[in-house]
Every structure is written in C-alpha cells, then in structure tokens.
Design a protein around this ligand. Structure first.
Ligand SMILES: [Zn+2]
Length: 76
C-alpha cells in the first residue's frame, strides 16, 4: 500500500489527498492522477515525493455528443 501525501491545489489551494493506493500508475494525464481537484480540473501526478509532483490540467475538450440523426418525416 502506498500513500501519496497531501498536496494543495495550485488553482484554489484546496487540499488534495492524502490518497492510499495499492499501485501507483504513472500519471500522464489528468484522468490518471490519483489526486485531483475536480473544481479546477487540475491533477497532481502520482509521485510520492512532493518535489517531483507535476500538475496536469485536464486539457481534453469535452466530447461533443453526437447529434441524433433526424429521421425523415413520415406521413402516416
Ligand atoms: Zn482547485
């Protein structure tokens, strides 16, 4: 079991973590981060050493929902 220490969100200063995890995957994007600020969409990479933590912003644009194909009008 690994415990990632508490960090402060660089955006709003809110505490993120501490987080306990069985395994710590490398975080290359916001979604991979175990410590995240939902409000700012900022994630802290999963380094145990706070000096090595990088902050990742959720840069992924929201996926546009595909428009339902409009069926041609049918005259019943
Ligand atoms: Zn924040």
């Amino acid at each position: 079991m690994v415990t990632l220490p508490r960090l402060r969100c660089p955006g709003c200063g809110k505490a993120m973590g501490p987080v306990k995890a069985k395994e710590v995957p490398p975080a290359n994007k916001y979604e991979d981060c175990l410590r995240r600020c939902e409000k700012c969409r900022i994630g802290a990479t999963n380094a145990k050493n706070p000096a090595k933590v990088k902050y990742l912003r959720d840069g992924q644009p929201a996926e546009p929902t595909p428009a339902e194909p409009t069926s041609p009008p049918t005259n019943l």
